[in-house]
Write a protein that binds this ligand. Structure first.
Ligand code: PLP
Length: 396
């Protein structure tokens, strides 16, 4: 028996990473699998980003860079934050990281003290509670529901706030629910955070994918919020660049300085080549994004219609990201293929093994009777996957 560090007992493995490796295993074995479970855009990295990376290699731009990332990239990030969100940051307030996940890790480890409480709306992205626990702080889950559009309000937060509450982790557009907050809703939340002296980590990695009119608003854009918010974003989802591993944080100088200190002793700078690719992606013409957004908007409608045809499944129309969050609680306690379904993990397992449909069970997102479907796959794969689900589960 090997004696390991305390955190090992607190922190769970990532279920999304596990599903990814199971799907890869199926594909290696030559089995048909409809990948409705994964969180990866199906369009390629833009040509301008690829060309820039190739150029970087040929120019021998292959050494260490500033820990915080190359200045032209941090300047481009500031322009993008201004262009897309109306936020004003200086390059000295930006840290370029190894994906958005790393920026979150820097921020959580820098803001959370042992024993601090961190408000996490349910459903949440799987890594939030695990990173908070790693930092020695305590996740406090805030329940939402379909009728509230899976959003929190000052009224739902207030009973959970005490003198230990330090931070709210707000992820919108939300993975997995697709919820997007209106400016009015954010303004009320911002006021609450100021009154209760809470910090906010605003995970905006899906900000490019908002389908409702009015577009995207960042909570950092409200008065008094910039100084208590760490904005997190990445090129991963917006530009089909998940494998390049480039994300960033925008935060007040004191927090940025501390996050940099952590990064200087852990990863140092992210890949110099990937930074050049990210610079070209962020700074280039953004019209391809519009096309992708329109395609996702159309697939979203098809997927919602498909889900609503299937017995025992219900869903809202998501306003952003590229997921449909499906309430499968009608299947709880039912028998399917000779098995009793106690949670959506059983349902997901039966769907994968019997009809080759990979869906993400909601357990890792704090909702054991939901499943998450992704429409970041081709229409054909999505439609075949839905048909396979319907053949197994039945129609309404
Ligand atoms: N935040 C959310 C809500 C996500 O869904 C993801 C990726 O799935 C990330 C952060 C991390 O993104 P990256 O691949 O840039 O680390």
């Amino acid at each position: 028996h090997v004696q390991l560090a305390d955190w090992v007992d607190r922190v769970l493995p990532s279920p999304t990473a596990m599903l990814e490796s199971t799907v890869a295993q199926y594909q290696r074995e030559g089995r048909t699998v409809y990948r409705l479970g994964l969180g990866q855009p199906d369009f390629p990295t833009p040509d301008r980003a690829k060309a820039s990376a190739i150029q970087a290699i040929q120019d021998n731009f292959t050494g260490y860079t500033d820990t915080s990332g190359i200045l032209p990239l941090r300047e481009a990030i500031c322009r993008a934050l201004h262009r897309d969100m109306g936020l004003s940051y200086e390059p000295g307030e930006i840290v370029v990281t190894v994906g958005g996940k790393h920026a979150l890790f820097n921020a959580i480890c820098t803001l959370c003290r042992p024993g601090d409480e961190v408000l996490i709306p349910v459903p949440y992205w799987v890594s939030f509670p695990e990173q908070v626990k790693f930092a020695g702080a305590k996740p406090v889950f805030v329940q939402t529901g379909a009728s509230a559009g899976y959003k929190v309000t000052p009224e739902t937060l207030a009973p959970l706030v005490n003198e230990k509450t330090r931070l709210l982790i707000l992820n919108q557009p939300n993975n997995p629910s697709g919820a997007v907050y209106s400016a009015e809703e954010l303004s009320r939340l911002a006021e609450f955070c100021r009154e209760r002296d809470l910090w906010v980590i605003s995970d905006e990695v899906y900000s490019a994918f908002v389908f409702k009119p009015g577009g995207y608003t960042s909570i950092a854009s409200f008065p008094g919020m910039r100084e208590r918010t760490v904005v997190i974003n990445a090129v991963s989802k917006s530009y089909g660049m998940t494998g390049w591993r480039i994300g960033y944080s925008a935060a007040p100088a004191a927090v940025t300085e501390a996050m940099l200190r952590l990064q200087s002793h852990t990863t140092s700078n992210p890949s110099s080549i990937a930074q050049q690719a990210a610079l070209a992606a962020i700074d280039g013409p953004q019209d391809d994004l519009e096309e992708i957004r329109n395609e996702y908007a159309a697939r979203r409608v098809l997927l919602v219609e498909g889900v609503r045809r299937i017995k025992g499944l219900e869903c809202n129309v998501p306003e952003g990201a590229f997921y449909v969050w499906v309430d499968a609680s009608a299947w709880r306690g039912q028998t399917l293929e000779g098995r009793t379904i106690s949670t959506a993990d059983d349902l997901a397992d039966i769907l994968l093994t019997k009809v080759g449909v990979a869906v993400m069970p909601g357990t890792g997102f704090g909702s054991p009777h939901h499943i998450r479907l992704s429409y970041a796959v081709s229409r054909e794969e999505m439609e075949s996957g839905i048909a396979a689900m319907e053949s197994l589960l039945g129609s309404k």
